[in-house]
Design a protein around this ligand. Sequence first.
Ligand code: NAP
Ligand code: HSE
Length: 430
Amino acid sequence: MDKISIGLLGLGTVGGGVYQLLQRDNEAINRRLGAELVVEKILVSDLKKARNHEIDKSLLTADPKDVIDNEEIDIVVELIGGTKVAKELVEAALKKGKSVVTANKELIANHGSEIFDLAESAGVEIDFEASVAGGIPIIGPLKDSLVGNKIVKIMGIVNGTTNYILSKMSEGDEYDHVLAEAQELGYAERDPSADVSGDDAGAKIAILSSIAFNSRVTPKEVYTEGITSVSLNDIMYAYELGYAIKLVALAKKRGDELDVRVHPTMISLDHPLAKVDDVYNAIFVVGDAVGELMFFGKGAGDMPTASAVVGDIFKVAGNLKKEKKCYSTCTCFNSFNVKPIDEVESNFYILMEVLDRPGVLAKIAKILGEEGVSLGSVIQKQSSGNLAELVFMTHLVREGNLRSALSKVSDLEDVDRVCNVIRVETGEDG
Ligand code: NAP
Ligand code: HSE
């Protein structure tokens, strides 16, 4: 049987999982492939570090050349992360004519274009299924199985840490306490700022929308809001109104424009995404032929992520065996603009604290009306002292109009503060 040799770059959480999956009895994989997958070398930064799993120490190296310049190695698997060393090594591997598999969303989202060009000119393949939603197969389905569709919409819960935090908050736990718990359980990054700021989800939806709409979207074009402003009060009101609050990564195509964003979103309790709790991820896709689909599973962790990486290795290895290669690298042959957030239309939930005296509601409603903000419903509740809480649910409104109206409302002396504004996904805009 032919041998296909693999060089791993990184043996951390994901690298360790991939190594274990490739070491166990893989007769079925090898028979399906018609070749034996063998780990030839593993690059790490610290050769003395204790490893959680049994490892053949002779495979380890701290010198990247042992992988990149190794003639034996056919496929380089990048599991270091970040955009510095990882980018240099991926580029070097492609230039050496090696196909690459990576789980690195930052690299693909920010530098996809250069990297795919490099792969194309070197005549090799690069695959990155694990870069979005860990173990959930979503990139393969979007690129291949759903190719007969025009994708209408993608709505994803693609960050496990924030989904865990929001799920626990909906059971009454405070944000700071749940974040500490998520870190202890190993869900959140040591520095969880990319998770809670929405940047991690922003990179993931940039990748998904680039594939779905064949038009390059980079993270800096994705409007991103994190979950730090979501309070227990918002979650309680959302529930009362029939919604769950989730950090949603959303991508839609409207004419020749894309609407791509990440922010806390109120989703109807009837929607399948509202039931996705804890660290689970899910991606809801609407295609014009297939209708609604939902992909659900574990979006992080060693084995779920390794499952996606090994799937890519199998795919790349299969192509290496073919005389006539059959794969595409970059699929971004369109060039659609991403709509500025001020021009996007949404329904909104607005929570404000106001002085509890006659005429206040009328003054606020007048300003909202003048700016074209139409109200669907209003709830008023006694707050502390002489303050009342007002909750407004709007009809579809252009975001720029809402911002302008709220700036004027905040200036009213009867308004203590606008506590939060959260977009509501009603499906009203398709
Ligand atoms: P990790 O646990 O921090 O592992 C990183 C590995 O890279 C370690 O083995 C480390 O070596 C090695 N490394 C770091 N800097 C290096 C350098 N300069 N030279 C050589 N080796 C270096 O990271 P991870 O969680 O496995 O994540 C890897 C990638 O998978 C990232 O792109 C991440 O975004 C992506 N991903 C992770 C998950 C997840 O659940 N963790 C899910 C989906 C995607 P030492 O072992 O010697 O320190
Ligand atoms: N930190 C990410 C999450 C996992 O919480 O989903 C890696 O993408």
